[in-house]
Design a protein around this ligand. Sequence first.
Ligand code: T5A
Length: 210
Amino acid sequence: MSDVAGKFITLEGIEGAGKSTQKRALVEYLKSRGLTVIETREPGGTPYAEAIRELLLEHPAEPVSAQTELLLMFAARAQHLDALIKPSLDAGSWVVCDRFTDATFAYQGGGRQLPSEWIETLETLVQGPLRPDLTLLFDVPTAVGLQRAGKRGTLDRIESEDLAFFDRVRAEYLRRAELNGERTRIVDASQPEAQVAADMIRAVDLWSAS
Ligand code: T5A
């Protein structure tokens, strides 16, 4: 657990894993326990970081280099941490964040195949010792996740990558879950929504009782 007063919970998974759906259920559950909960997401979470999100996800006229993408993810994160996450944790709130640095390891490390040492260096620079207290990884076969995400219609720049890219993303998420087993719980997100929610709440209860 981190040294801060509140708790920091991150939700991770490939596109269409159901993070946003489950985030709503989790926030409602934590509030029903009387906790003050801040709901946020990455990239984004503050007006300035949301502007960086737009830059990251739009389809620009020129190709975006993997390094540019990596640095923008951490630029948005630095702002998000200073302006929202750290002050909220210091005030004793629980912060529930849709994606965080595990996503960078999975997408820019696994997907784009950038060296994980670069990501570790930026992680230390931007976050210092701050890591999530609990990470819920919603795991779903790549084809299922992409099919769900595809139902929304238009695809953003990152969603437009091919199946092999998202297979690498999922594999890296699973590798990191094993590496960070003390803070990560894997939830089988291929099940019906209500079952995923029940498994998630059980995982959170077991973690908070430990
Ligand atoms: N990114 C992000 C990086 O590359 N590096 C980083 O460091 C970070 C932080 C934006 C993009 O940025 C990238 C990753 C992303 O490409 P995002 O806003 O989290 O990240 O966007 P998405 O992952 O694209 O969000 P999605 O909305 O696609 O995925 P969710 O939130 O996992 O899925 P959700 O809940 O919206 O559900 C999608 C659909 O599936 C249905 C829902 O009703 C919805 O229609 N659904 C289910 N259907 C059947 N069974 C279930 N159990 C279902 N759960 C949900």
